[in-house]
Write a protein that binds this ligand. Structure first.
Ligand code: ATP
Ligand code: MG
Length: 453
């Protein structure tokens, strides 16, 4: 921590410098405001001791200059006799504390110690916020993901309600958590309730709370999630699974902003930002009368659709590498890597369970395999079987069927060879044919690894 003393009395400067340096703080001094302010602009100081009376500037005005240009610098005023009132006033302008002359060196040390704790706390807080932001960053680089990220950044600072939809495991909750982090409510709670996980007889009290004695087992008043989320974010996960009776009650709360606890009569209001998520197509659910249309329009102010992984395959390598490094460090291992062949297989696979499935597969491989470079042998079997996707083969329709069959076979073999990094044994296992037969096919189709790369 660096301290600057600005006082025209050299003795005072030297005294403060001496005691702080004895305690291993770094301290400099200047004898007038102009020099002091210049020093502050040139290098970072954490704390300034500022005399209220200086030859070239009134100390309270100097304080305002400092707070205007460097609001993070903590200022402690030093007052002489007779201007204690001004000094007290300076607290209003953002001074941290003040000292009276003659100075108590002990008090200086106490103040500096407090400031050090405060600065450390702010630093830690920033760091944890940064870590959280990093945790919920969206990994990937596909055009779909970039569009998604841009949309999230655009809508996050508003208070508009959001409905996140997408298949299982696409990252809906991930997105829902990221949104408030990019808003003014970032340091407010993220209050979450999973509508499909809470039994239907409990969901009302989970959402709205209950009074003591409202039902058997209600031994004390309990606040519900809606109330706790006041001023913060309420996340209703799997909202498509909410029972219709509950949907009606929720709709009333969303329309009026007020509700009563179960067994209570007081009207309670709560101002929350609602983010909902569902893996169901709510428009279809409306048609089959599983979801209320009026509720749908309430919650769906800003729709965010998280696309399935198979529609944004460019993200797969980024996600794989991200989960590899996460799993390696969590398990105290050297950074694991993945062979190009396995990566190809990962990119080709359809991932019905989307990002969650990909993450689980990578984590399992990292834990179970002793190899630093993971390859096909470390991957689950279904990946080998389901992984080979064919692009469309372009042949004119008057081509004989045999040509089409050959072309397909050739492309299919190329895929298998690439997936296994041209390992003939593994490719033949993948295709479930003899090695010698595969060799013959490679020769017949004139396939050549060197030309493929
Ligand atoms: N783009 C991404 N970048 C980094 N991690 C992601 C990304 N998308 C999803 N994840 C991670 O994948 C896992 C599954 O995501 P999440 O739980 O958000 O999916 P979901 O759509 O809510 O799934 P479900 O339908 O099962 O509720 C989580 O660990 C999440 O952090
Ligand atoms: Mg989820």
């Amino acid at each position: 921590m660096k301290v600057l003393v600005i006082d025209d009395e050299r003795n005072i400067c030297l005294a403060i410098k001496g005691i702080l340096e004895d305690e291993n703080y770094c301290c400099e001094y200047r004898l007038n405001f102009t020099d002091g302010f210049k020093a502050l602009k040139e290098e970072p100081f954490d704390v300034v001791f500022l005399d209220i009376w200086l030859p070239d500037r009134d100390g309270t005005e100097g304080l305002r200059d400092i707070k205007r240009y460097m609001p993070e610098v903590e200022v402690v005023m030093i007052s002489g006799h007779g201007n204690i009132e001004n000094t007290v006033d300076s607290i209003r302008w953002g001074a941290y504390d003040f000292l009276e002359k003659p100075l108590s060196l002990e008090r200086i040390l106490v103040i500096v110690k407090h400031l050090q704790d405060k600065i450390r706390l702010i630093h830690d807080l920033r760091e944890s916020k940064f870590n959280l932001l990093k945790k919920y960053d969206l990994i990937g680089n596909s055009p779909q993901l970039l569009t998604l990220r841009k949309k999230i950044e655009k809508i996050a600072p508003s208070v508009a309600w959001v409905l996140v939809s997408g298949e299982n495991g696409t990252g809906k909750e991930h997105v829902a958590r990221l949104i408030p982090m990019l808003s003014k409510r970032a340091d407010k709670p993220f209050v979450e309730i999973n509508c499909s996980a809470v039994p239907s007889e409990l969901i009302e009290s989970e959402l709205f709370g209950h009074e003591k004695g409202a039902f058997t087992g209600a031994v004390a008043r309990k606040l519900g999630k809606v109330e706790i989320a006041n001023g913060a974010t309420l996340f209703l996960d799997e909202i498509g699974d909410m029972e219709s009776q509950m949907q009606a009650k929720l709709l009333r709360v969303l329309e009026t902003g007020t509700f009563t606890r179960v067994g209570g009569t007081d009207m309670i209001s709560s101002d929350f930002r609602l983010i909902s998520a569902t893996n169901k197509n709510l428009e279809n659910e409306i048609v089959v009368k599983n979801f209320r249309e009026d509720l749908y329009y309430r919650i769906n102010v800003i729709p965010i659709e998280v696309p399935p992984l198979r529609q944004r395959r460019d993200d797969i390598p980024y996600l794989v590498n991200h989960f590899l490094s996460e799993a390696s460090s969590l398990n105290g291992l050297n950074l694991r890597q993945i062979s190009p062949g396995l990566m190809e297989l990962f990119v080709q696979f359809d991932w019905p369970g989307n990002v969650r499935q990909l993450k689980n597969v990578v984590e399992r491989m990292v834990v179970l395999s002793d190899n630093e470079i993971l390859d096909i042998n470390d991957a689950p079997d279904y990946l080998m079987k389901g992984g080979l996707q064919m692009e469309e083969i372009t042949l004119s329709v008057d081509s004989p069927l045999k040509d089409a069959r050959d072309e397909f076979e050739k492309q299919y073999i190329i895929k298998a060879l690439r997936a296994t990094n041209w390992n003939i044994t593994k490719a033949s296992q993948l295709l479930d044919i003899e090695r010698t037969y595969l060799h013959r096919k490679i020769k017949a189709y004139g396939l050549d690894r060197a030309r493929d790369e």
